[in-house]
Every structure is written in C-alpha cells, then in structure tokens.
Design a protein around this ligand. Sequence first.
Ligand SMILES: [Zn+2]
Length: 354
Amino acid sequence: VTFHRCRQTGRAAARGIRRMPLFACCLLLAACVSTTPPRRDAGFRPPTTIAVATTLAPPAMDPELEIELLSKFKTAPALLRVAHLQLTLRRSKHAIDACAEVLYGPVKPSAHDEAFARYLRAEAHELAGNPERGAFDRERAAELAIDFELRKLLAAKAPPAEGAPVASPSLVVQPRSAWSARAPDRGNVEPMTAVHRVTIHHSALAFYDTTPKTCAAQLQRIQKDHMQTRGYGDIGYHYLIDPSGRIWQGRDLRFQGAHASGSNNVGNVGVCLLGNFVRGKAGQAPTSAQVQAMRRLVGSLMQRYGFGPDGIHCHSDFKATDCPGPLMEPVVASMVRDLRRSGAQALAAASALP
Ligand SMILES: [Zn+2]
C-alpha cells in the first residue's frame, strides 16, 4: 500500500515540476514589475575578474553585507572574493569551502583561477593553524600563477632561505576563556559596524606582572569594573596587552566597544595596554614587548580592515584625558610615523613596477 501511494505522490510531484517553469516565469515577472523600495545593495556589482586589486582588495563595505550580496553569484570571481572576505573575518573554514567550490565545482577552473583559489586556501589553512596543510596549495599556486601581483605575494610568503631572518611570529591572541571572562550582557552591547579605526588606551592601573594567572585576574578586575560599576555590557576594550606582550581578547569584535565615549566607539577597535603610563613615581613606561605586540596587532587590524595610519588614535584624541598616558603617546606617534613612511615606501615600490 505504501509503495502504491508513493508512486502516486511521485507522479503528482512530477506533474507539479512540469508546470514549474511557467509558474516561475510569472513570479519573476511579478517581482520585476512590482515597485520595490531602494535596497542597501542598490548598484552592487559582483566582481567579474580575479586579480589582487579586486579579489584581495579590502572590504568596500561591511564584509558581512558584501558576503551576503555575493552569495547570489556562484562565479569564480564572486566565490574567491567571498573566500577573501571570510579570511578578513578570520573564518578559515568558510574561506576553504568557497575555494573548494571553485576548485571542484562544475566548471574546471583556468590555471589563473586555480592559482588564486589555492593561494587563498593556503592562507585559510595557515589562519586555522595548519600551515602544513596549505603547503601543497601554495606550491601549486606558485607553479600556476601567471599574475604578476599574485606571484609577488607568493614570493613574499615563500619559506625564508637558510640563514635569512625568521619572519615575526604570527599574532597569537589569548581567547576569552583563557581569563574566564564573564559572558557579555547581550541586551547591553551593540553590533560592531565596519571597522575603520583603532584607539590605544592604558589601564591607568600600575601593573608589572607577567604571569598568565595574574594577568587574567587583572582582566577580570577590569571587566568587573566596566560591567558592575560603569554599567557596560562587557569589558570595554577589544584587546588588552600585558607587560610580557601577551595579547588577550577582550570584548568580541562582533560588538562595538565602550572605550572612547559615545559615537566615538563606532567602528573603533579598543586596545588597552596594562599599566599606568604617567610620569612620576606612580607611573611606569610600557615594556618593549608590549609596544611590539601593539604594533603587530595594529598592523594586522589595518590589513584586515583596510584602514590607514589616519585611523590610529589615542584616547586623548577624543576627549580631555591623560589616557594612554604621557609616556605612551609618543610611542603611538612614532608607530604612526613609521607606518606612514613604510606605506609611502610600499607605494614607491609599486609605482616602480613595469
Ligand atoms: Zn582610555
């Protein structure tokens, strides 16, 4: 009986499918003629080429929105753009999936497209902490790449020759679980919008300890102060750096910070160095490990979100405050100077290319 019924439903379904094209056309027509209000994606054009300047460009809008708009297009340029955006959001698995759609999709990729897909997948494996899994993709990308800009990127990532200086270690961030962070008060945090700046703070509390346990306790103390005394939804800063140069995840980057007052927090990543960088007996200078970690962190934020040295601020840029302290402000200024100089150098090198 069941078998018979199934066959009947099957036939009915088949009839339904045969009628679908006409029905779908009517729907489409109706959708076209109906007046729709202007949408956020009005004028959005998916990329049609695969190149470093387009595929790997910094997000032109909120990366989440760009991914959503691109999700309608299953072309190789759109998929690889998605892979890159997922990487900027540090979602290695999603990036790997998008690359796989190009590599193993219904259309066999050209050598050029495959080179980009493999390059991006290697980046994703590296981000996920599996550089060895990306090694083959990287080698293959180097064999296939014809694009000069991509070849340059691949050459920059090639393992250093013996005797060459070792590349700076990649950024390691201690997760919130490492300091037993309290969960944020979800009703009291706002989503983060497109990141375009970073602001440096000090904790204004003398702090010299470098043991993970004491640093974790200090972060808990700051979170408690922010949540209980100041009524914030979570610790105000997105990152905190202890005197050993260890970087800790504060507030999740998905949420706007509470560190620069009011609308100054919009699209603004808050970075706090533990210590009280004022002059005099009560003060201390930031350690060089702390400063190096800050420079690496700020550099990687600039790369990830595509903003320049103009996006780097001290808390004192926004209000009359000592923060991040007279001993810290010149350090930030010197970082900005170095970035402007190296940015200009990079520009000069690019314009000297054939
Ligand atoms: Zn501050």
